[in-house]
Design a protein around this ligand. Structure first.
Ligand code: NAI
Length: 462
């Protein structure tokens, strides 16, 4: 039995970052992980592998769409699916091994196996029980399916199965037009699958800015994806060659069906805390299975904390990372803090979609007086040169004070551009602060400055 200041359960972005921060702050730290490799869902079967497939297929798309226009004559690239999956695996391995290295460097013990908490102050891994002054639950989330839909990870898959299909499906039905559905739908659309997305709501990516939602769906349609909106999936039945999806249209209550080789269920995720023994300990949870925490990530049981997807808030790796750092600092006696008003959200399609802060819909609902400064990438020289001029940057600022309240970008490198706004918001910037900052020419970032100018006297290039 070993004794630690902190034992973190789970080595996803929340858990491993937390463990490293704890070690940096001088706390004797261990991290429990039952998978063969560190990194959790994000590195093993989520963010990282999906980004590898998105990158490879974006290159394919670029070759097919734009190479000839730029005077580059190539034959249509052949897709070697096995090799693409091998590249994806190499990407995963490089990253998971990287965390193993960081653990060694920071003298963090990896307790291999699935952990449980038999009593406060103790963590059991396999047959061994370890002592810990502080226990941090960072066990993440799992895909949540629908009633009437049985996932086998071969024909009817979640994101996990969709990242390692035996072959590229001729027809793919995606249930849910959320982040996972549209990212992975894009991958297979580019690889030549006929992709149909069935969504319960009338808009894609619920919660995003309405103008972005409309533009995003229009662009995806243009890229070849089909959408059935306002449709509730009732059941999925296996057929000889694939599966049949039955859905009910909200507008007329009519049931319709569509057949596919593969069905991707992307209807959300739910907290994962199985086997920890939280119920027996009396750790309070919500009716949605989230572990209840106070502002310092403390659960209802002393010495047990929780962070990331298994608590309230957006299920995002970077939100979990920030909570991991904050709780480490709190345990070390510092003032750890996460600014939940400035957490960016990014969808890694092509073009990318990124947002931070309030949407126009939220501001209207709050009755807040605001102004919207918008700039189309059509007016950005770099975007035009790169055949990437679809989309826009929109900055929302307080009508009176000019303080930035939110920003929404659909366009090239949106996921990187958004951080200029995040930093600005963290510093309480006004749109004018961004507008008066010299931006290098020619860059995509100039579109952000132009949107900021649009909050004032107007942009230059439109
Ligand atoms: P989501 O919550 O983003 O989207 C689920 C969609 O399914 C919603 O639009 C919902 O209306 C729809 N839906 C639910 N039931 C339905 C039914 N019966 N029939 C038709 N449509 C139905 O969930 P998603 O995409 O599975 O992602 C899960 C989590 O993972 C999210 O919190 C997301 O933020 C996170 N994630 C983030 C990524 C990123 O930051 N790039 C990438 C992948 C996942």
């Amino acid at each position: 039995m070993a004794s630690y200041d902190v034992i973190v359960i789970g080595s996803g972005p929340g858990g491993y970052v937390c463990a490293i921060r704890c070690a940096q702050l001088g706390l004797k730290t261990a991290c429990v992980e039952g998978r063969e490799t560190l990194g959790g869902t994000c590195l093993n079967v989520g963010c990282i592998p999906s980004k590898a497939l998105l990158h490879a297929t974006e290159m394919l798309h670029e070759t097919e769409e734009n190479f000839a226009k730029m005077g580059l004559k190539v034959l249509r690239p052949d897709v070697d699916w096995k090799q693409m999956l091998a590249y994806k695996q190499e990407t995963i391995d490089g990253n998971t091994k990287g965390i193993e290295f960081l653990f060694k460097k920071n003298k963090i013990d990896w307790l291999k196996g699935w952990g449980s908490i038999p009593e406060p102050g103790k963590v059991k891994v396999g047959d061994e029980v370890h002592e810990a002054k502080n226990i941090i639950v960072a066990t993440g989330s799992e895909s949540s399916s629908l009633p009437g839909v049985e996932v086998d990870e071969k024909t009817v898959v979640t994101s996990t199965g969709a990242l390692e299909l035996g072959k590229i499906p001729a027809k793919l039905v995606v249930i849910g037009a959320g982040v996972i559905g549209l990212e992975l739908g894009s991958v297979y659309n580019r690889l030549g699958s006929e992709v149909t997305v069935i969504e319960y709501l009338d808009v894609v990516t619920p919660g995003m800015d309405g103008e972005v939602q409309k533009t995003f769906q229009r662009i995806l349609k243009k890229q070849g994806m089909s959408f059935v909106m306002g449709a509730a999936v009732q059941k999925v039945e296996k057929t000889k060659g694939g599966a049949k999806v039955t859905y009910k249209l909200k507008k007329n209550d009519k049931e319709e069906t569509v057949e596919a080789d593969t069905v991707l269920v992307a209807t959300g995720r739910k907290p994962y805390t199985d086997g920890l023994g939280l119920d027996a300990l009396g750790v309070a949870t919500t009716d949605r299975g989230q572990v209840k925490t106070d502002a310092h990530y403390a659960t209802s049981v002393k010495g047990i904390y929780a962070i990331g997807d298994c608590i309230a808030g957006p299920m995002l790796a970077h939100k979990a990372e920030d909570e991991g750092m904050a709780v480490a600092e709190i345990i070390a006696g510092q003032a750890g803090h996460v600014n939940y008003g400035v957490i960016p959200g990014v969808i890694y399609t092509h073009p990318e979609v990124a947002s931070v802060g309030k949407t126009e819909e939220q501001l209207k609902e709050e009755g807040r007086a605001y102004k919207a400064g918008k700039f189309m990438f059509m007016g950005n020289g770099r975007a035009k040169a790169n055949h990437a001029a679809e989309g826009f940057v929109k900055i929302l600022a307080d009508k009176e004070t000019d303080r930035i309240l939110g920003a929404h970008i659909i366009g090239p490198m949106a996921g990187d551009l958004i951080h200029e706004i995040c930093v600005g918001m963290e510093f309480g910037a006004a749109a004018e602060d961004i507008a008066r900052t010299c931006h290098a020419h020619p860059t995509y970032s100039e579109a952000v400055r132009e949107a900021a100018l649009a909050c004032g006297d107007g942009p230059i290039h439109s």
